[in-house]
Design a binder for this molecule. Structure first.
Ligand code: FES
Ligand SMILES: [Fe+2]
Length: 392
């Protein structure tokens, strides 16, 4: 983000703080989101078909692939995916399915391997996806004659600003990735996250619709109540600046000390120091950026009522390698984990509320407009209606 944008955002936040208000949708602009959007299996089918299989999405950070053979697996809808760094250093993505009779090739979530042998009959694939070995290949004269036809099916993938993007349908995305990511991409690039290390990875399956964690992520109206003893003492309550770039979202949540900038020359203002930047790299990734740290979630639907959340923390290499800073970032990660648990309690509870039938729709207030934006973008992609126009 250029400094002029930082200054503009900080000035808006200071104005909000002074006026005791925040970034809001226009008058009478509450948004009602039908509960069926979270509970209807047909709606999930439409989301998979129109969004999940057809859009580039961030699935990993390059630090998860420190050397040749480092791999990670994930599933986008019905497509199991294997992401692996090759000997040539390139990170590639493949459909994680054996070309013999279709067994899922790699079950581990992550690891390191010289080659990938199928558990069923040990057809073996290289880090570049090529079929290397077929036991007793005299039974497969056609395959033995031309193994190149039987490599793993490769998917489009690309690295940008330290994140690995994949598209699950095997096609290249409709737009160049940098164009698709818009200002969110240039922000991430500017933050230098590509030189961070990834720590504390976990993948948890929660009994909730995939959109609920985004609803929780995209407003700070709840900070005072849900995070009372963790981050409420540090952050201004219900003051935020929201921008959308296509379907992608940036929300800036200011720390309390941002008000001190009123007495400091604008040329010294630093937005990252004074806030948490929340990004939704649509449709599946949430990134919370703190000074020299970040928390990342890649979210995947697993049926309409279940979600797999792949989490990791990022820490700037400088911080990670400094013994004297260890305590600082370890403490910071503990807070992140606690906040994560507090939020999870809420979305688990909301799903129970949705399933109860108590509400025909959920209501998003004017200052919860980032959530409305998120859902409108999904709706627009499903119905192929024009997306709501950006706010920048
Ligand atoms: S299904 Fe993989 S080797 Fe047979
Ligand atoms: Fe929260």
């Amino acid at each position: 983000m250029d400094h002029a944008t930082e200054v503009r955002i900080i000035n808006e936040l200071l104005e909000f703080e002074e006026q005791r208000t925040t970034d809001m949708a226009g008058q009478d602009r509450e948004h009602h989101n039908p509960v069926a959007a979270y509970t209807d299996p047909e709606r999930l089918d439409a989301e998979l078909d129109r969004i999940w299989y057809r859009r580039p999405m961030a699935v990993a950070h390059i630090a998860e692939f420190p050397s040749a053979g480092s791999f990670k697996t994930l599933e986008v809808g019905k497509v199991p995916i294997l992401v692996v760094r090759g000997k040539d250093d390139r990170i590639r993505a493949f459909v994680n399915v054996c070309r013999h009779r279709g067994t899922v090739l790699v079950e581990d979530e992550c690891g390191k391997a010289n080659a990938f042998a199928c558990p069923y009959h040990a057809w073996t694939f290289g880090q570049d996806g090529a079929l290397r070995h077929v036991p007793d290949d005299f039974g497969f004269p056609g395959v033995a004659a031309d193994k190149s036809e039987f490599g793993l099916r490769e998917l489009w993938s690309q690295v940008h600003a330290g994140f690995v993007y994949v598209q699950a349908d095997g096609n290249a995305p409709e737009h160049e990735l940098v164009d698709w990511l818009d200002e969110v991409g240039s922000d991430l690039q500017g933050l230098g996250l590509d030189d961070y290390v990834a720590l504390a990875p976990s993948t948890v399956r929660h009994p909730v619709n995939w959109k609920l964690p985004f609803d929780i992520f995209l407003e700070n109206y709840h900070t005072k109540f849900t995070h009372r003893s963790t981050i409420y003492p540090v952050f201004l309550s219900n003051v935020a600046k929201f921008d959308a770039f296509g379907p992608h979202i940036r929300c800036v949540l200011p720390r309390r000390e941002i008000t001190e900038l009123r007495h400091i020359d604008e040329s010294k203002w630093d937005l990252v120091e004074q806030s948490t930047l929340l990004y939704v790299v649509w449709p599946n990734t949430m990134i919370a950026v703190l000074p020299e740290h970040a928390a990342v979630w890649h979210v995947y639907p697993d049926g309409v009522g279940h979600t797999r959340m792949n989490f990791y923390a990022l820490v700037a290499r400088r911080l990670y390698e400094s013994e004297s800073e260890k305590e600082t970032w370890e403490k910071s990660l503990k807070v992140v984990q606690k906040v994560k648990r507090e939020d999870a309690e809420r979305f688990l509870s909301i799903q129970r509320g949705l399933d109860s039938g108590a509400n025909p729709a959920l209501t998003f207030g004017r200052y919860e407009k980032a959530i409305a934006w998120f859902h409108q973008s999904i709706e627009a992609a499903i119905t192929e209606a024009p997306a709501p126009s950006s706010t920048h």
